[in-house]
Design a protein around this ligand. Structure first.
Ligand SMILES: Nc1ncnc2c1ncn2[C@@H]1O[C@H](COP(=O)(O)OP(=O)(O)O)[C@@H](O)[C@H]1O
Ligand SMILES: [Mg+2]
Length: 439
């Protein structure tokens, strides 16, 4: 059917609504409909309003509409309506808003209120349409509560995360400090190695001195005895004198050797403990380092041979070199030669274009690709149970890169031995410069 025709048909079919019809409409709408007069007295109160407020129409009609309001609306209502009647300024009429109602049982509830105005027989009347919005409000409150709760949870979680982050940072700082301390301890241990090397080396010349001195003492005692007898001729004195000369010469050379050793070891020890740059002869220095390592080879079938050009002077930090060599040798003996009888270590030094290249190799057991990949990681060790700190190669790496401003490469495979190639400038630049320059 055509829409225009439909409208027309409907208008024609509907008779003018009579009072009974309007009453039925009022009785059946879902919203409460309440009408009041200028004196605020309730004139009509439909069934939906009865349901909402819990009063029967009979209890409300003829009463001031205030009874349906809680404080403070109740108190203000007369003034408000009076104001409106005088000035025509409305706060609800024709607008509608959310207010609070009061049920017969005293319970307050939120409601939407729309007020309109009409004139009947020249008198102003007001019609209020009321909708109980408790459910909606409740849902809104619930939503708000959930939202708040969610926000609180996010805040809590964020705070927790922040706290764990800080704890993590703290542990990291602690770990770094511990690592620094361990590195320091390792360095001191290397120094300890050196000291025991010194003690061992000095033993030999000092021992010779002691032997020569006691032999001299014996000879002197015999001489004194013969002097007492009063039967000593110049001829008989001669062998004593020459023996004494020999012993004294031996004591002199050996004491000089001991003094030399002490002096050079003192230099190595100072180099290890400080980080000073100075000019030094690489071969002399390495000889000294190897001497300090000699006790480690004692009573083993392992050997170390070095090939280093004479008269090669470097400017840099010799302490770094002795620590690097010491760590590499200790590792070869401990890891590489484990269970082997005759390990060989070769240390070959060459120089080209003002770069020194040290090639260090052992013919030991070598290592797996996995170990090779992690070898410079701090704390990585395959010997944790045997007290490995896993810091040796980490320190070596830093000494090569930071202190010598060089590079280190490692080649190794199981059963194939291990080789390190360390290359660094013959003349180290100052540290600040080295740190500023990208690698
Ligand atoms: N010459 C070598 N031969 C075989 N394995 C080696 C050698 N040098 C180092 N490694 C391996 O590298 C690991 C890390 O060495 P390092 O950092 O000195 O720690 P640590 O000696 O305390 O174990 C060792 O545990 C070992 O597995
Ligand atoms: Mg080690």
């Amino acid at each position: 059917m055509d829409r225009e025709a439909d409208k027309h048909h409907a208008a024609a079919a509907a008779p003018h609504p009579d009072a009974a019809y309007l009453r039925a409409v009022l009785d059946n709408v879902l919203d409460g409909i309440i009408s009041i007069d200028e004196a605020r007295i309730v004139r009509t109160f439909n069934p939906a309003a009865e349901r909402i407020f819990g009063y029967t129409a009979g209890e409300v009609i003829g009463q001031n509409v205030k009874m349906l309001m809680p404080e403070p609306y109740r108190r203000r209502h007369d003034r408000y309506v009076g104001n409106y009647l005088r000035t025509g300024r409305a706060r609800i009429i024709g607008i509608g808003r959310e207010v609070r109602g009061r049920r017969k049982c005293g319970q307050e509830f939120p409601m939407d209120l729309a007020v309109s105005e009409m004139r009947v027989a020249g008198k102003r009347q007001f019609i209020g349409i009321v909708r109980d919005i408790s459910d909606r409000k409740h849902a809104e409150d619930e939503l708000r509560r959930l939202n708040d709760e969610l926000e609180q949870r996010v805040r809590d979680r964020t705070a927790q995360l922040h706290a764990s982050y800080q704890a993590l940072q703290q542990s990291l700082a602690d770990l770094r400090r511990t690592q620094d301390q361990l590195v320091q301890t390792e360095k001191m241990a290397a120094l300890g190695e050196l000291v025991s090397g010194v003690a061992h080396e000095i033993n030999t010349p000092v021992g010779i001195c002691v032997t020569a001195a006691s032999w001299m003492q014996l000879k002197l005692e015999a001489l004194v005895e013969r002097l007492g007898d009063g039967r000593l001729e110049a001829e008989a004195l001669r062998p004593y004198v020459s023996a004494m000369q020999e012993a004294a010469a031996s004591i002199m050379t050996n004491l000089a050797r001991a003094a030399d050793l002490v002096k050079s070891f003192k230099q190595v020890a100072v180099d290890q403990a400080t980080e000073d740059r100075r000019r030094f002869d690489l071969k002399d220095y390495m000889d000294m380092v190897l001497v300090s390592l000699r006790p480690k080879f004692k009573r083993t079938g392992h050997r170390l041979e070095m090939d280093c050009p004479e008269g090669l002077t470097l400017v840099g930090d010799p302490g770094a070199i002795s620590q690097i060599i010491t760590n590499l040798v200790v590792n070869s003996l401990l890891h590489g030669f484990e269970g082997l009888e005759q390990g060989r270590i070769r240390l070959a030094v060459s120089v080209a274009h003002d770069r020194v290249e040290m090639r260090y190799s052992d013919n030991g057991r070598g290592m797996s690709a996995e170990t090779l990949r992690k070898i410079y990681d701090p704390f990585f060790t395959t010997r944790r149970d045997q007290g490995g700190s896993g810091l040796g190669m980490h320190i070596v790496y830093h000494l090569v890169v930071r202190r010598l401003n060089g590079r280190i490469d490692c080649e190794s495979a199981p059963g194939k031995g291990t080789a390190f190639t360390i290359a660094f400038p013959r003349e180290a630049r100052s540290k600040e410069m080295a740190d500023d320059t990208p690698a």
